[in-house]
Structure formats: structure tokens, C-alpha cells
Design a protein. Sequence first.
Length: 107
Amino acid sequence: MPKLAEYQETKPTRAPVTPHLLAVTFSLEAPEAQAVYLCGDFNQWSPTSLRMIRHGASSYWEKRLILAPGPYQYKFVVDGEWVHDPKASKNVPNHHGSLNSIVEAHE
């Protein structure tokens, strides 16, 4: 019977299990906006923690997040106003009487 030290030396090492993460890009066209933020269940609906970036002088705003696979509800905050994504393939009613957009992080 092998001794404990011998067993530990021959035991194969396993890589730690890490969740598979995916890049998800959120975008919004808001030509008159001065500031746009992304919020959702991925950041506890914080209205100012994820500032979106305007592309040059265009009306196109973008933010890329790294998320675990699954569905996420989100909204944009445009100059202080909560706005659902008009280009989202799915929106659901929320308890405030407006809509939350849905994105599915998948490969």
C-alpha cells in the first residue's frame, strides 16, 4: 500500500473550476445624450456605476461586459432618465410600470 506522501506526489492536479465567461456588448443610439449609463441585475441596478462610451462625435454609445452565461435584465440611464433598449429582442414589465430589456449571454 502506498504511503500518503507517495500518493500525493502521483495524484494528478486539476485546474480550478471557473465559470465560462462571455463578452456581451450593449449599445444605444442616443444622439442628444450627454451621459449614458448601463444598469441591470448584473450590477444591482446601480444607475451610475457603468458609464457607456460614446464613439467619437456619433450618437452611438457602447459598453462591453464580461458575464456568465444566462439571461439578464437591464436598462439605460440617459441623462438621468431610465430607458429600456428599443432594439432589444425581448422586454418584460417591471414593478415600476415600465419595461426592462432582456439579454441572453451565450456562445
